[in-house]
Design a protein. Structure first.
Length: 277
């Protein structure tokens, strides 16, 4: 009997250690209901039957350890995780097993080498220099996105769109993804002095999971407000959206060295912001 109890306990432990779904990233406010509603948090284990609800303009990224996938989700009405995943026509982003394990290690910081392991793995299988080059070519050509993906800057207090600001003022980026797949985004700022730089921060390991926008969504990146700096003048802001993570700084460095070539896989949307003192 004691041996049977030990075996059963071991099996239960193995099942718990093999949990499938984890909250990987949160934009805004997200809630999960197993037995009762609670605020979601990174590393939280979620069951397929658990209900998920996001506030307006919020989103959540889920890591699926069994299927080696990332799902970016938004639902202002309560829905089970299983339903939300089944509703994704493109099935989330598939990952190689090594990448999924590396992301898991980064999430839990399970060992001191997790960051280095992720960087080594992701450089080959998660991000790709050829993707950065493709994006640089598309960004240099600056085609119209036909409205599939767009953005606007929002006053962080009033929630209204802005097209001009004073030095030192803040704004929040609102991204609209009207496509049927999750997309990674960033925005390049080409200022009046000819400088170019990303306006949204890279995460510590450059996974871009915090910039992974759900399909058919509108997300406000309230966790990453931007501040306006000199030089004064009119800046060109260009949003780039792609189905895989990319390095925006590397893209900008590649731009002078590549030809201008449009790509159907790269979504581009341009806007302008006037900055004054």
């Amino acid at each position: 009997m004691k041996r049977l109890i030990v075996i059963i306990s071991t099996l239960i432990l193995c099942v718990s250690l093999k949990a499938q779904y984890y909250v990987y990233e949160i934009n805004g406010e997200v809630f999960v209901k197993g037995t009762e509603w609670t605020s979601a948090y990174k590393t939280m284990q979620v069951q397929p039957s658990d209900l998920i609800r996001t506030n307006d303009y919020s989103s959540v990224v889920i890591l699926d350890r069994n299927q080696n996938k990332l799902y970016s989700l938004q639902s202002t009405s309560p829905a089970s995780l299983k339903t939300l995943i089944q509703g994704q026509r493109n099935g989330g982003q598939s990952l190689l097993g090594e990448v999924a394990q590396a992301l898991y290690n980064v999430l839990f910081k399970s060992n001191d080498k997790s960051m280095d392991a992720y960087q080594r793995t992701s450089g080959v299988t998660y991000r790709d220099h050829d993707d950065d080059m493709l994006i640089a070519q598309a960004l240099k050509s600056s085609p119209s996105s036909h409205g599939n993906v767009s953005f606007r800057l929002i006053n962080e207090y009033t929630g209204t769109a802005i097209s001009d600001a004073k030095v030192g003022e803040m704004a929040v980026v609102e991204v609209t993804n009207n496509t049927s797949k999750g997309l990674y985004i960033n925005i390049a700022d080409f200022d009046s002095a000819g400088n170019a730089a990303p306006i949204l921060p890279a995460d510590e390991n450059n996974t871009m999971t915090h910039l992974y926008m759900p399909a058919h969504s509108v997300v406000r990146l309230s966790n990453y407000p931007i501040e306006f700096y000199e030089p004064c003048g009119t800046d060109k802001l260009v949003l780039v959206a792609y189905h895989k993570p990319f390095n925006m700084m590397n893209v900008l460095q590649l731009m002078p060295t590549v030809p201008a070539i449009q790509s159907d896989d790269v979504h581009i949307y341009s806007s302008h912001m006037t900055i004054s003192r």
